[in-house]
Design a protein around this ligand. Structure first.
Ligand SMILES: [Fe+2]
Length: 130
């Protein structure tokens, strides 16, 4: 079973944003799978690097979009994005040090954050897109 299963409630109605969110969930699921299957460290770290760069790319896109519609909550939303990237860097560090159980906790954080973020925070600006 997938770590995060895509739910219809995650769809925000913007084709680009929705497909980026699906891709994000797909890569996070792959990363989680690699943790469970004891993937070799270089492969695992490579997957986390892929996740991190996709997350940054997606957040940059979203922030530009929010800027273009003068979204009033842009600054606080951007702060949330930064915090997520910080957690990813923390996860990377824990895995590098072989702290597998500690990384399991980070995965729970990433999953819960992502689901809440898509359903609540991103819905805020996407409702204003036409
Ligand atoms: Fe967002």
């Amino acid at each position: 079973m997938e770590y995060i299963q895509w739910q219809p409630a995650f769809d925000l109605g913007d084709e680009t944003i929705d497909s980026q969110h699906r891709e994000l969930v797909r890569i996070l699921n792959e990363t989680y799978e690699m943790m469970l299957s004891y993937a070799r460290l270089p492969l695992f770290l490579g997957k986390i690097a892929e996740l991190k760069s996709y997350v940054v790319e997606h957040f940059t896109y979203e922030e530009k979009l929010m800027e273009s519609i003068a979204y009033p909550k842009l600054i606080s939303h951007r702060k949330l994005h930064r915090e997520f990237v910080k957690e990813l860097i923390e996860l990377e560090g824990k895995i590098r040090k072989g702290k597998k159980s500690a990384s399991a906790e980070v995965f729970i954080f990433l999953r819960d954050w992502l689901i809440e973020h898509i359903q609540v925070q991103d819905r805020g600006y996407s409702a204003l897109l036409t």
